[in-house]
Design a protein around this ligand. Structure first.
Ligand SMILES: Cc1ncc(COP(=O)(O)O)c(C=O)c1O
Length: 396
């Protein structure tokens, strides 16, 4: 039989990473291996596995067959050499930063990263005497100047949460290479279906798997991909840090990822149509969506993304009071601190991504109190638009 050398993304979503495990006891699905440890009668084999001279598993805080299948699936979708996983997206982020940054090092990033990431930059890293330079997200010149001053890590997130800003990964990664920095990109919003940062020069791509990868809002996890040598360093840090993914969560991600491409394509379409519709609505002030020609970095998005994603945000007339009327009136949306799942999910940054900030801090970060973060689900587009129309009619 001729082997298909470069299967497409849908095929990889379904088959990627599974060959080794799927035939276990003739099952067609990856089994959930709930075992904490793995037994060896032969001590030489045990030692060889422990020393990674032979494949196998020793202890599930380190590796586990179900978790490994999940990691392999993400790895092929990101076109990486290696992947390792974590108990949450935040664990992935803090383990990556913890691995590469030591006291006295410097990291360059953006002001608009996810609220939890931002806290690491503003509180955790400075407490360890790590210098942090947070730049205006859209000011590529400022980011380049800060990189030029020298840094160990350049940390990017694109599109950003919740203002859906777009950063040019290729441009900044090539600048970072000049100073020998490790380039890390949070690809949670884009997913490997819409964007592959490693192809654009990043060294590490990471995801909160709790969002699009799982897609059903029923499992928490994080994952990183990159070269064997970089991923190994992070894996060794995590082994001891202990923030390992559970086998049951890995199974939920594997199952969810079978439909990743289908879901993301539908969410791309729904978000694009909804953003266009909202842009023409008189009660809507501003719509942030990279697929719109009005988006300040639409051209960069077109260059580095295959689809513009399922996330948008918009502000409505009437401030936070209007939001309090608008959001509860939506029939087909969870009002929740989540995104990327099959259901539409909405929330203001004041209760989701930027709950830790004061109203003044949000305003300073360019996040209006009347902003709504909208994660388009896979419902029928006509129903989502009718629902928005109805809910907007509740504000005067
Ligand atoms: C872009 C982004 N990165 C990372 C995280 C953190 O992921 P987790 O909630 O799985 O820890 C989030 C959470 O919302 C996010 O939106």
């Amino acid at each position: 039989m001729t082997e298909i050398k470069s299967p497409g993304k849908s095929t990889l979503c379904i088959w990627g990473g599974e060959q080794e495990y799927a035939l276990y006891e003739r099952s067609t699905q990856v089994p959930v291996v709930h075992s904490v440890s793995f037994t060896y009668d032969d001590l030489d084999t045990w030692q060889d596995v422990a020393l990674e001279k032979e494949p196998g598993h020793i202890y599930s805080r380190n590796t586990n067959p179900t978790v490994r299948a999940f990691e392999d699936k993400v790895k092929v979708l990101e076109g990486a050499e290696a992947a390792t996983s974590f108990a949450s997206g935040m664990a992935a982020i803090s383990n990556v930063l913890g691995t590469f940054l030591k006291s006295g090092d410097r990291v360059v990033s953006i002001k608009d990263s996810y609220g939890g990431t931002n806290r690491i930059f503003n509180e955790h890293l400075p407490a360890l005497s790590i210098q942090v330079a947070l730049c205006e997200t859209l000011d590529h010149e400022e980011i380049e100047t800060e990189i030029q001053k020298g840094c160990k890590v350049l940390y990017l997130e694109t599109p950003t949460n919740p203002t859906i800003k777009i950063i040019d990964i290729q441009r900044l990664a090539s600048k970072a290479k000049e100073v020998g920095a490790i380039v890390v990109v949070d690809n949670t919003f884009a997913t490997p279906i819409n964007q592959n940062p490693l192809e654009l020069g990043a060294d590490i791509v990471l995801h909160s798997a709790s969002k699009y990868l799982g897609g059903h809002a029923d499992a928490l996890g994080g994952v990183i991909c990159g070269s064997k040598s970089l991923v190994k360093q992070v894996y060794q840090y995590r082994e001891i840090d202990g923030a390992a993914m559970s086998p049951m969560d890995a199974y939920s991600f594997i199952r969810g990822m079978k439909t990743l491409k289908l879901r993301v394509e539908r969410q791309n379409d729904n978000a694009m149509q909804i953003a266009t519709w909202l842009e023409n609505h008189p009660k809507v002030d501003q719509v942030n969506y990279p697929g719109l020609v009005s988006h300040p970095n639409h051209d960069i998005a077109k260059k580095q993304m295959r689809g513009f994603g399922g996330m948008l945000s918009f502000s409505i007339n009437g401030g936070f009071d209007a939001i309090k009327k608008f959001l509860p009136a939506l029939q087909f949306a969870h009002r929740a601190a989540n995104l990327g799942c099959v259901e539409t999910v909405v929330g203001p940054p004041a209760t989701t991504s930027h709950v830790e900030c004061s109203a003044e801090e949000r305003t300073a970060a360019g996040i209006p109190e009347s902003l709504v973060r909208y994660s388009a689900g896979i419902e029928d587009l006509e129903d989502l638009i009718a629902d928005l129309e109805n809910a907007l009619s509740h504000i005067s």
